[in-house]
Design a protein around this ligand. Structure first.
Ligand code: NAI
Ligand code: MG
Length: 519
């Protein structure tokens, strides 16, 4: 399928997609190691964004289902084998120490994810509109590697020995935080599952995962794989359902110790409020963004254009770190815009199963309409529409890659997270000016800096208030590299060792060295 100028989806893609539609095997809640109906018996429909058709009905979890899942996770934490690092259940674990066993099970889970990469990628493609080939070759193997990364630290969780100011010796223990509630979004369903579940399991926590209602299928499939890998019953539970019901039951639960949330800033605020009003559970939030990509006059033009396109269109821009504000220095502005116009024409929108597609449909009708309404705002506010600006094709939730130039800082399209394939190009003169303008946002998730000048790169990197800076690259994600927000993009880090730490408590243990006179 070719670019937006074609205007409609081709037959070839329609035929190709049929061959790869996976059989849907798991649609029930996964609680205490079993797939079960919801307490109410209710279900909800999950939709294929390529067509708007119903794929299947999935169990609709409500508060009572969350209660059952929390009870299972609580029992697995308080009495089960998973959190115990040594001593207990030696017979069960045979010759391996428990922490090594945890590592081995996580490695097995990673292998199972790899072995089922095609099926998982297909589920994310039909449920979330994600590119099948990227899923099979990059996203799903990446999720497996995330489990391996955290498997590798499961037996290396150390405290410290402390030199106290009095006659004591003390040390810290790093203990699992307890029962975790993960509330996850629809933009990277399987990867997000790995990013949250991997470190929490490595830490020794037990958990409930609430996938987004738009993309419940791969999380249920992963639940099945956790069982095959040997993760004890109750350690990982998956409850599908709606955010304001099942999600809210997690954030307000009295027996959950931590909630790890990724999603919108508005819901992040609700989650934090619910945590405060219930049991003061710990919270980490990975929220929205409006990340700048700053391109200086000395940048290599082709590379800069490619990075700007990647930053704002990759994954249909359904990515919190999307580089949706592209600041271009005045010396190359005209040339940059010309090249951008040429290159965006080659960007391929199409069925996510088509090997040539670079951009599939938006996840759902609501998001699709929201993005189109932002595009209308851009037109009304007087930005120049360089490319796109409309839906793509007649069916499903596809949107043309859209670029606005001559964008001003106070336009809505420059301020709000669009979460769709819409780039805003803004002109700047000086380094000081662009730093100030790039920082003039309530968000602070990521930034790109494109320059060959080391001083410029260093100055900008240190001045931008965001959790990740990519110099002469974009989306340079790595499981060893933590990411997360400044400001209203949230707090707490995913990935890297920081991503493990957020599921651990430090406990201090002190003991006298000798009989101190005041003891
Ligand atoms: P959302 O924040 O509503 O959904 C994320 C998760 O939160 C889902 O699992 C949802 O079921 C759950 N949720 C919703 N309401 C809840 C509540 N009251 N209590 C607890 N959990 C709740 O995001 P939505 O509506 O799907 O997307 C809206 C916007 O959010 C997007 O347009 C985008 O701007 C942003 N977003 C950011 C993401 C990121 O990666 N940071 C991911 C998804 C959305
Ligand atoms: Mg869906």
């Amino acid at each position: 399928m070719s670019g937006e100028s074609n205007g409609k989806l081709t037959e070839a893609a329609t035929v190709k997609k049929m061959e790869l539609i996976p059989e849907i095997k798991f649609t029930k809640l996964f609680i205490n190691g079993q797939f079960v109906d919801s307490v109410s018996g209710k279900t909800f429909e999950t939709i294929d964004p390529r067509t708007g058709d119903v794929i299947t009905k999935v169990a609709q979890g409500i508060k009572e289902d969350i209660d059952l899942a929390v009870q299972a996770a609580r029992d697995a934490f308080d009495d089960g084998p998973w959190p115990r690092l040594s001593g207990a259940n030696v017979q069960l674990y045979n010759v391996y120490a428990d922490d090594q066993q945890r590592r081995r099970i996580l490695m097995k889970l990673a292998d199972l994810i790899d072995a089922n990469a095609e099926e998982l990628a297909a589920l994310d493609a039909i449920d979330g509109g994600k590119l099948f080939h990227d899923g099979k070759n990059i996203d799903i193997p990446g999720a497996a590697e995330t489990f391996r990364y955290y498997a590798g630290v499961a037996d290396k969780i150390h405290g410290e020995t402390l030199k106290m100011s009095r006659e004591f010796q003390a040390y810290t223990l790093r203990e699992p935080i307890g029962v975790v509630g993960h509330i996850i979004p629809w933009n990277f369903p399987t990867q997000m599952f790995a990013m949250k579940v991997g470190p929490a399991l490595a830490a020794g926590c037990t958990m409930i995962v609430k996938p987004a209602e738009q993309t419940p299928l791969s999380a249920l499939y992963c639940a099945h794989l956790t069982k095959l890998a040997g993760i004890p019953d109750g350690a990982v539970n998956v409850v599908t359902g709606y955010g304001p019901v099942a999600g809210a039951a997690i954030s307000s639960h009295m027996d959950i110790d931590k909630v790890s949330f990724t999603g919108s800033t508005e819901v992040g605020r609700l989650v934090m409020q619910a945590a405060a009003m219930s049991n003061l559970k710990q919270v980490s939030l990975e929220l929205g963004g409006k990340s700048p990509v700053i391109i200086f006059d000395d940048a290599e033009l082709d590379k800069a254009v490619d990075l700007a396109l990647l930053g704002s269109l990759y994954n249909k821009a359904k990515i919190c770190v999307a580089g949706s504000r592209v600041f271009v220095q005045e010396g190359i502005y005209v040339e940059f815009v010309k090249k951008l116009e040429e290159k965006v024409r080659l960007w391929v929108v199409g069925d996510p199963f088509d090997v040539d597609s670079q951009q599939g449909p938006q996840v759902e009708k609501k998001q699709f309409e929201k993005i189109l309404s932002y595009i209308e705002h851009g037109k009304r506010e007087g930005a120049t529409l360089l490319a796109g600006g409309k839906r793509f094709g007649q069916k499903g939730f596809y949107i043309q890659p859209t670029i606005f130039t001559d964008v001003k800082d106070d336009m809505i399209i420059a301020k709000e997270e669009i979460f769709g394939p819409v780039m805003s190009v803004l002109k700047f003169k000086t380094t000081g000016e662009v730093i100030r303008r790039a920082n003039a946002t309530k968000y602070g998730l990521a930034a790109g800096v494109i320059t060959n000048n080391l001083d410029t790169a260093n100055t900008v990197s240190r001045s931008i208030r965001a959790g990740v800076i990519w110099i002469n690259c974009y989306f340079a994600f790595d499981r060893d590299s933590p990411y997360g927000g400044y400001k209203m993009s949230g707090f707490g880090r995913d990935m890297g060792i920081d991503g493990l730490d957020k599921y651990l408590h430090a406990k201090s243990v002190a003991t006298p060295i000798y009989n101190s006179p005041w003891l």
